[in-house]
Design a protein around this ligand. Structure first.
Ligand code: ATP
Ligand code: MG
Length: 406
């Protein structure tokens, strides 16, 4: 095997920010846990990087898994050799020879990180280039638009030789930017919102409202399945809070204000999650709202609904089109589950003409007439069932394709 090591690179902020130590530790933890199924790998941390020695492990499945780890900006498979001129020349040739022997152009880019190395980068460029050219007659040099760029990075303890840089998921390592609660419905949007929140380093707890027995066991299983997929990206189990919304919903239907029912339900959901967040130490709530998508997501509705929550309400999809959201859902492996047709509590009692511009005063007045609303909210919080959902489900292949997006 020509390539024996994988080099991982992190984002600028992860490398240079004030929390660098914590980021790097968390990064290492995430990388190790996502690759724990490969027992022979060994890991080394260096400034802003992680080196993974393959020790005979096949590269491709490792690369697929790395695509699910947030905070990695790019990675490369590399050949490592001792930082000595002869070893570098031999290694460079071996790397070039690993490509099928045909006419192609290349250029050499040497980076000398170890300044005491006896030759500077220009000298090394010429030496490596000359050596490779002499030994492989079908190659020629093109410094502007080469087919292959042969990169040589000379560090003190080893030199890394490689030709490819693969874009990865980016973002921050999971959990390095605080904790939030994700409102997870069974739909297309909220799992994507969760993915994007985790990609920004948010630790998530998930909250789902059901109206059992009006909503089915299958609807619950669907949400559990989606939670499992999100847990894959977290690289660890996620808490899923299942909240019974049946009583609250039933009493809203009795208020005979059909056009306001979605507004009322959303506000009650936020009141409940506010309490769950306080108990969990979360500092924000994430939803899959997208501006203008449905009546409850007009600016007027968002205004009235959002006021029920004291914490910041984060809406990662707010400015995205449905088609863009669907593309991400497909790539992160949640779409197929999201489109399963089981009714969720909000699709149960959809009114014919929901208000797109509810009036806050009116909504507050209606709420004040709903008997025992506050008690029902307390009961819903008290009765919450908490499941711990293990990572599962996501096909690493789908995840690997998601990198084109970010
Ligand atoms: P999706 O359900 O995929 O989010 P949607 O277009 O169906 O898309 P809505 O049903 O309007 O969206 O819901 C808006 C947001 O409110 C959801 O993205 C989700 O964050 C939250 N939400 C809606 N229903 C529930 C539920 N039953 N449990 C938890 N959160 C919910
Ligand atoms: Mg929905």
């Amino acid at each position: 095997m020509v390539f024996d090591t994988v080099l991982l690179r992190f984002g600028e902020l992860t490398v240079k920010g004030r929390n660098r130590g914590r980021f790097e530790q968390q990064m290492m933890r995430q990388v190790r846990s996502s690759l724990s199924i490969f027992p022979d790998l060994t890991f080394t941390k260096a400034y802003g990087r992680i080196y993974i020695s393959l020790n005979g492990t096949t590269y491709e499945p490792v690369a697929e898994r790395l695509q699910t780890v947030f905070g990695i900006v790019s990675f490369s498979r590399v050949k490592s050799v001792p930082s000595e001129p002869e070893a570098i020349l031999a290694g460079a040739l071996e790397v070039m020879r690993s490509y099928p022997d045909r006419e192609r152009t290349f250029k050499v880019s040497v980076r000398r990180v170890y300044k005491k190395f006896p030759y500077d980068s220009q000298e090394m460029n010429r030496m490596v280039g000359g050596h490779v050219l002499r030994a492989t007659p079908k190659l020629s040099v093109d410094v502007h638009r080469p087919d292959l760029e042969l990169r040589v990075e000379i560090n003190e303890h080893a030199t890394y030789i490689f030709t490819e840089v693969t874009a990865a998921a980016g973002g921050f390592p999971y959990g390095t930017n605080g904790k939030a609660m994700l409102l997870l419905s069974g739909g297309i949007d909220s799992p994507v919102a969760g993915y994007m929140a985790m990609r920004k380093g948010l630790e998530l707890e998930l909250v789902h409202y059901h109206s059992f027995p009006f909503t089915s066991e299958q609807a619950k299983d669907k949400v559990i399945d989606l939670a499992g997929r999100l847990a894959t990206y977290a690289g660890r189990p996620l808490k899923l809070h299942l909240v019974s919304f049946t009583d609250i919903q039933t009493s809203f239907t009795q208020a005979k204000q059909d056009h306001l029912i979605i507004t009322l339900m959303r506000r009650a959901m936020l009141r409940i999650v506010q309490q769950l967040a306080e108990a969990s130490g979360a500092l924000a709530v994430v939803t899959g709202d997208s501006l203008g998508q449905v009546a409850s997501q007009t600016l007027g509705s968002m205004n009235v609904i959002g006021r029920a929550l004291e914490l910041p309400l984060l809406r990662p999809l707010v400015m995205m089109d449905k088609q863009e959201i669907i593309q991400i859902a497909e790539r992160i492996g949640t779409y197929e589950t999201s489109i399963l047709p089981f009714k969720d509590c909000c699709t149960l009692f959809v009114p014919k003409s929901p208000s797109t511009n509810p009036n806050l005063r009116v909504v507050q007045t209606v709420e004040s007439y709903v008997p025992q609303l506050q008690q029902m909210i307390e009961q819903a919080v008290q009765g919450t069932e908490v499941l711990v959902i293990e990572p599962g489900g996501t096909s690493a292949k789908q995840a690997a394709e998601s990198r084109d997006w970010f």
